[in-house]
Design a protein around this ligand. Sequence first.
Ligand SMILES: [Zn+2]
Length: 403
Amino acid sequence: MITSTTGPQPADFADVRATNLAVVLRFVREHAPCSRADIAASTGLNKATVSSLVADLIDRRLVRETGLTENRVGRPATMLVLDGSPYAAIGVEINVDTVSAVAVDLAGERLLTWRRSFSAGDAVNQGVAAVGAVVRRVVGRMAKEERQVLGLAVAVPGLVDVQGTVRIAPGLGWRDADLGGDLAKALRDPGFPIQVDNDANLAALAEQRFGAHAGASDLVYLTGELGVGAGVILDGRLRKGGRGFSGEIGHVQLDPEGPRCHCGRRGCLEAMAGIAAVLRRDLSPAETQVEIEEVVRLARAGDAGTLATLDSVGRHLGQGVSLLASLLNPEVVILGGYYVPLAPWLLPAVHDELAGRVVAEEAGGCQVVASTLGHDAAALGGAARVLDSVDSGRLPGGLSRIP
Ligand SMILES: [Zn+2]
């Protein structure tokens, strides 16, 4: 006998309430200061329901009343804004030789930005212990400020599957690492959710929430760290693919005769348009930073060799961006990491390639810009991921009015 589990199911009352709480919270986030009547008018929820939901959000200290009132016909309406002062969302980014940590409050205001030197060590547990130590200090700082941690999301430069297992992170020497589980143990089950994702994916979330193109529904973030990867947001949602491995554009082959890539193949985008192609050799991250500053100095001074290298790298980068533009038709492709300081010299060649390679007029409306979020974009994106969870209904406790 064949049974169907996809037919209509009776709605779960608690689920409906959680969904509605999230709807009201998102409305206040986007439209504050606003009144209960504004919420009812825009969401279609009736006024009594809105009053009850707002009371619950106030109990949870996610929303508060301001002293402001709005003058309307009839009695004045009390205005609402986000509260969230007792909460923190934490994002951490693991890089080859640094760990960055960012904490924000519910409204996205920055509470803390740290960067610490880091060594992945010879075994995963050494690296995890080092990351765990940084996270413990951040959590300690938030506890001192009497903030409850809503969650932690960790960005890793590598392939992370949909379960959050780090399948392969070449720069860290990690393979099949249950980073989230190991961190939970290192933090002695901290009582908040821990998520793990690819660095490009989380940086894309940071751009969607905090960047110069915040709110764009179709956006691609391209990392320009030691590797090149894409974080893809389509129709407003991060798209990770079936197993979580989407966005690996760094290993799309541009030239079979091209230079050898870290992956063992030849002529990958990463080998032709990554930072090693700008510097013409592999360097440690600390050396890379110094060398990039020197490249910028030479480019400003009009050094012909440097300008030719940046033009060539920009053309190859433009080939990669054209692939993204043709395949995904994003509103914007945002260049991150080391591409940011080099953008004035890379972008003209990128735009040329786009114009010549994308069939749609004006590259389908695709803009290419440098990120304004800096090297901590993926850490900030970790915090954004935690806020996304809250906005979609995973609310912290409080005095629930449901028995
Ligand atoms: Zn490759």
